[in-house]
Design a binder for this molecule. Structure first.
Ligand SMILES: Nc1ncnc2c1ncn2[C@@H]1O[C@H](COP(=O)(O)OP(=O)(O)OP(=O)(O)O)[C@@H](O)[C@H]1O
Length: 318
């Protein structure tokens, strides 16, 4: 027998015997929205611990936040995570890991949506015009409504939040609030992830203070950063969250700090990239790539100023 024929026969038999419902069978071939599917918290934790380097706080908070939210049958509002930190420290990378753990196709899923502010709304100077014509809030709101109607557990990732005009945030604010329904649609099972560089300098300062005091990076606790972060971000005119009411209305559930990456983390990124390309890890190349990166502050040279961001392109030279 050919494998395809056997597959069809097993599928048909399963349906006939009631072993698999029609929906189960359908969902093996097409992507289904499974908002009620429980989160495999240990798989998420393992993924983060293995793949994300130097971010013990982000790992801890993300696992806790998602586990709590997905275990709650009746959340009162959607989950909103605000990821902050220096460039190249893993914010987009984490969003991708989270997305894959919620919807197996990850960023390619029909239920995961990436919104890049500079791509979707590039003309800040035209914001008044957009507002006057009522086109962007309307379009954006319709887009969110349509996606959540199709899948309650939709995931929205807003990149470059610091470059997003507060007016745009106003448009999404109602969806993040404690409403049971808006026009017949409930947003309470959706997940919104905001990424920004805002607060990156404050996070770096705290990490540096620890380093200078001879304390371990892993000893930095959330409480060392959380207040600094929310006040700092709130006071930063360029944060995108500024005066948007997201913070003073407590619509952000978790502020998640991403620490600046050190030389040893950059090396880990190079090794991971080599493995991902199917090559053997060559420690000589690892050191060479890591040494090509630039580090700050000027005197101590501890943190990579681009995180792990240019590792992939640098590796192409070897
Ligand atoms: N902490 C990390 N652990 C493992 N890999 C990382 C980490 N940070 C960055 N990388 C690698 O570098 C790439 C670029 O990082 P990423 O796009 O996640 O940075 P970012 O924090 O979103 O930066 P930006 O603020 O500039 O958008 C990732 O795809 C990943 O391969």
């Amino acid at each position: 027998f050919e494998p395809i024929t056997v597959g069809i026969a097993i599928g048909a038999a399963s349906v006939l015997t009631g072993y698999l419902s029609y929906k189960d069978l359908y969902c093996r071939f097409a992507e289904c929205c499974r908002s009620e599917r429980p989160l495999n918290a240990s798989a998420l934790k393992q993924d983060l611990e293995e793949k994300l380097f130097g971010q013990h706080l982000a790992t801890e908070v993300i696992v806790k936040a998602l586990t709590g939210f997905k275990n709650n049958k009746n959340p009162k509002k959607p989950l909103t995570l605000s990821l902050h930190g220096w460039a190249g420290t893993g914010k987009n990378f984490v969003s991708q890991i989270v997305a894959e753990n919620l919807h197996p196709k990850g960023l390619k899923s029909n239920f995961v949506h990436l919104f890049v502010s500079t791509l979707h709304f590039p003309h800040e100077q035209h914001i008044k015009l957009y507002q006057a014509r009522n086109c962007y809030p309307d379009q954006l709101q319709r887009w969110i409504r349509g996606n959540v109607s199709a899948c309650a557990g939709s995931v929205f990732i807003f990149d470059e939040m610091d470059k997003l005009h507060p007016g745009v945030i106003d448009a999404i604010k109602p969806f993040l609030d404690y409403y049971e329904q808006i026009d017949g649609v409930s947003y309470r099972k959706a997940i919104f992830i905001f990424l920004s560089n805002a607060g990156g300098d404050l996070i770096t300062k705290t990490a540096l203070d620890f380093w200078r005091a001879g304390r371990k990076r892993e000893d930095i606790q959330l409480k060392d950063l959380e207040a600094v972060l929310s006040v700092g971000v709130f006071n930063n005119k360029h944060s995108g969250l500024w005066h948007s009411g997201l913070i003073d209305r407590n619509l952000i559930d978790y502020f998640i700090p991403f620490l600046p990456l050190e030389y040893r983390h950059v090396k880990m990124c190079v090794r991971a990239e080599m493995k991902a390309r199917g090559s053997a890890v060559d420690e000589d190349v690892v050191t060479r790539v890591a040494e090509e990166m630039t580090f700050f502050p000027k005197d101590e040279k501890i943190y990579s100023d681009k995180g792990c961001k240019t590792v992939q392109s640098r590796l192409d030279f070897y």
